[in-house]
Every structure is written in structure tokens, then in C-alpha cells.
Design a protein around this ligand. Sequence first.
Ligand SMILES: NC(=O)C1=CN([C@@H]2O[C@H](COP(=O)(O)OP(=O)(O)OC[C@H]3O[C@@H](n4cnc5c(N)ncnc54)[C@H](OP(=O)(O)O)[C@@H]3O)[C@@H](O)[C@H]2O)C=CC1
Ligand SMILES: O=C(O)[C@@H]1CCC=N1
Length: 256
Amino acid sequence: MGGAMLAGWLAGGIAPESFTVVDPYLAEAPAGVTLLREAPADAAPFDVVLLGFKPQQLADSAAPIVPLVSEGTVLLSVLAGVDLETLRRLFPAARAIVRVMPNLAAAMGKSPIGLVGEGDAASRAEVDGLMAPLGQAEWLTGEDRMDLVTALAGSGPAFVYRMIDALASGAAELGLPRDQADRLALAMVEGAAALAAASPNSPGELADRVASPGGTTRAGLDVLDAEGRIAALMTDTLRAARDRSAEMTREARARG
Ligand SMILES: NC(=O)C1=CN([C@@H]2O[C@H](COP(=O)(O)OP(=O)(O)OC[C@H]3O[C@@H](n4cnc5c(N)ncnc54)[C@H](OP(=O)(O)O)[C@@H]3O)[C@@H](O)[C@H]2O)C=CC1
Ligand SMILES: O=C(O)[C@@H]1CCC=N1
């Protein structure tokens, strides 16, 4: 995820020389970006620090980063299920701490981004500026919404990929060559999403506009909608992801 954000920032025109990546294993960083195997022991604090490792690595990985976070530092965290209280306990000096929930489309400047955090208006404006090249950022009204936004904005692409795959699998099952089904399903979803993004109509309205009375689409929609199937499936999917995020938050707190 950190690599996707870096790609988005570089594509947005931020100078590669302004980034330092700390990663013990990464083979190569983009040209101009400093790559370190471990956090520098003697470096001055950074203006912005982004935590991008796995939540389970927090306890081990935080210690060497602490000296790089001072009263002038904005700390950003994409770690799912690690709350502000836990981050503040680990990084007491930070000027502001903001949880950021993007997805991999940040690399293309197309990510939805949930934001929640502490900090003054200037810090928030700074974070808004940093997020601008990555996609559409929205501040949440409370941290209690972050678990659900993690499910929707963070995990969401996987759910959509599963649906694209299921559409192609279904078409293959019904007789199309699989490679052709894959191409058509992907092109269809790409066009449908672009159209919906540009349309004044909601996706719900657009679905009805595609459906000619008595036609093929209505026949298909009737299957999706029977007994609220698609709505229940999506709600259950998001609930499971949201609840796992809440569980991870409890686990992270317990680890300290
Ligand atoms: N994947 C996604 O779509 C999203 C992920 N997130 C969050 O992003 C974070 C990373 O997830 P994801 O990108 O999937 O995981 P990855 O394993 O792909 O990325 C983790 C990165 O951290 C590096 N790393 C491992 N150990 C350390 C360490 N001790 N110090 C510094 N860096 C280290 C890894 O190196 P290496 O790869 O070389 O092992 C890797 O580059 C998680 O906290 C997740 O919750 C949030 C939103 C969406
Ligand atoms: O699966 C995960 O836990 C991370 C958070 C959101 C997307 N990937």
C-alpha cells in the first residue's frame, strides 16, 4: 500500500528526492527516492512519516521510528485496525496523527481515502494537500466510522475484483471462451464505473436506466434482487470486514 501511495505522489509531481523509504526487504525504490534498510538512528525528525507496514508489525517496527517523529511531524498511518489512541501512545511527540484508509488505486490517483485524526486546521490542510494526488479524500466525523470505511474503501477493490471474476466465470460457464469473458467483463466494469462517475444519476438509477422494460437487464436484475439477495450479500460482506477491523483494533490495543 505504501508503494502505491508513493507511486501516486511521484505521478502527482512531488520530487522523488523528498521521500525516504525505510523497508528491510524492498528490492528497489523508484529513481531518486532514498531507500534505507532501517530507520536512521541519527537523522533529524521528518516533516511527515507514513506507517505502511502490517498492523501486526507495529510493536516491533515502531521503536526505531519514534525518534524521527517530533513536535513538527505529521504522522500518517494506513494500518487497518490500529486506532489513534494506540498510535498516540507509541508516538507521543507527533504534532498530528491521522489515520488514512486508501486502496491500491492511489497509485493512479483514483483511491477513495477515509481520514480521521487529531491535529489543528493547519495539519489537516497539510494532509488534504498530501492526499490530493492520490484520489478523493474525505474526513470522517468520528473514528468509530473507520472500521466500516476500511471495509468499503480499503478492502472494497477485492470485493469488486471478486465480482468481475464471478461475472467472467459465469459467462464462461454459460459458453464464452474464458479469456474473452475476462476481457469483456473487465471492459464492461471499467466503462460502467467511468459512466457512473460522470453521470448525475445514482448507480441505482443507472441500473434502472439500463433495464429496458421487459428486456434482458430486468431479467438479470430480478435474480440479483430476489429476496434482497445482492443487498444482503454486500451488507454481510462489509459487516464481516468491518468487524474484523474492530477485532484487529482490540488486538492492537492488547499488544500495546
Ligand atoms: N493492501 C491494501 O490494499 C491496503 C492495505 N492497507 C494497510 O497497509 C498496510 C500494508 O499492507 P500491505 O501493503 O497489504 O502489506 P505488504 O506486506 O504488501 O506491505 C508491507 C510493507 O512493509 C514492509 N515491511 C515489513 N517489515 C517492515 C518493517 N519492520 N519496517 C518497515 N517496513 C516493513 C514490507 O516489506 P516487504 O514487502 O519487502 O516484505 C512491505 O513493503 C497494512 O497496515 C494494511 O492494513 C490499507 C489500505 C489498503
Ligand atoms: O485486508 C486488509 O486488512 C487491508 C486493509 C484494507 C485492505 N487491505
